[in-house]
Design a protein around this ligand. Structure first.
Ligand SMILES: C[S@@+](CC[C@H](N)C(=O)[O-])C[C@H]1O[C@@H](n2cnc3c(N)ncnc32)[C@H](O)[C@@H]1O
Length: 227
């Protein structure tokens, strides 16, 4: 029997895609840049153009989108309004949702906690739910019902951000322990549950696949019930 198909828009090197594939989807990715480590079929294109192709979208059972999130990170909040690159970022969440609703199929939109008010009734997944070495909370909106089991946050999480794995101290907590950045690609990958990415910048932008494996399982149940 063929697997249901999922289109992963803004797929990067495939953090979300691998989770959906593990859940049981046949995944195709779309990214505006080539990503050599992306493990499935990759369409190098502007996702906003792809979203205009209703007939193409209808070849898929689910469309997932992770629109660029830099405009919504707490890091960029510090720099907003100062005329730098942060001010050039466009918030694509609402246009992406409008196009997905026009298409009318099953969708998921993922983003960072700073985008909470741009998303509709999102659920939050974090590393502690999957025993990962990162905290990395991420929000997921869907027009399918999504559930989660609350879990304590990861203790002493590793920071996986930035351009280089430099092991720097990020901050000192009230109890004197330090939050540190990853000191190597391997450490970053191990904390995220990612073993196929070789470029640190891809890992730093990725979603741990455990998150979308969890969501993908629920989408498959939903599709089965709806059939
Ligand atoms: C946060 S990363 C996605 C990470 C990915 N979801 C994962 O889990 O590994 C955002 C990606 O969006 C891509 N991107 C930005 N603008 C785009 C556009 N207009 N169309 C397609 N991809 C775009 C970037 O190249 C980048 O790879």
């Amino acid at each position: 029997m063929s697997r249901p198909r999922l289109l992963d828009l803004f797929c990067g090197a495939g953090g979300c895609s691998v989770g959906y594939s593990r859940a049981g989807f046949d995944v195709t990715g779309v990214d505006i840049e080539p990503h050599d480590d992306y493990p499935y079929d990759l369409i190098v294109s502007d996702a906003m153009r792809v979203l205009l192709g209703v007939d193409f979208l209808s070849e898929f059972d689910v469309v997932h989108a992770s629109p660029p999130c830099q405009a919504k990170t707490t890091m960029s909040n510090r720099y907003r309004g100062k005329g730098g690159r942060t001010d050039e970022h466009i918030n694509l969440i609402a246009p992406v949702r409008d196009l997905l609703l026009t298409w009318g199929g099953l969708y998921v939109i993922e983003n960072v906690p700073g985008a909470r008010f741009d998303l509709r009734e999102p659920i939050t997944l974090h590393g502690g739910m999957f025993e990962l070495g990162v905290d990395r909370p991420r929000l997921f909106e869907s027009n399918a019902p999504l559930m989660l089991a609350p879990a304590p946050a990861t203790r002493n999480p590793l920071g996986v951000y930035g351009a280089r794995p430099d092991g720097r101290r990020l901050w000192t907590r009230a109890d004197g322990t330090e939050q540190r950045a990853a000191a190597s690609i391997e450490a970053a990958g191990a904390a995220m549950g990612i073993d196929w990415m070789t470029d640190f910048r891809d890992i730093a932008e990725a979603i741990p696949p455990a998150y979308t494996e969890c969501i993908g399982g629920q989408l498959l149940d939903y599709l089965e019930r709806a059939a």
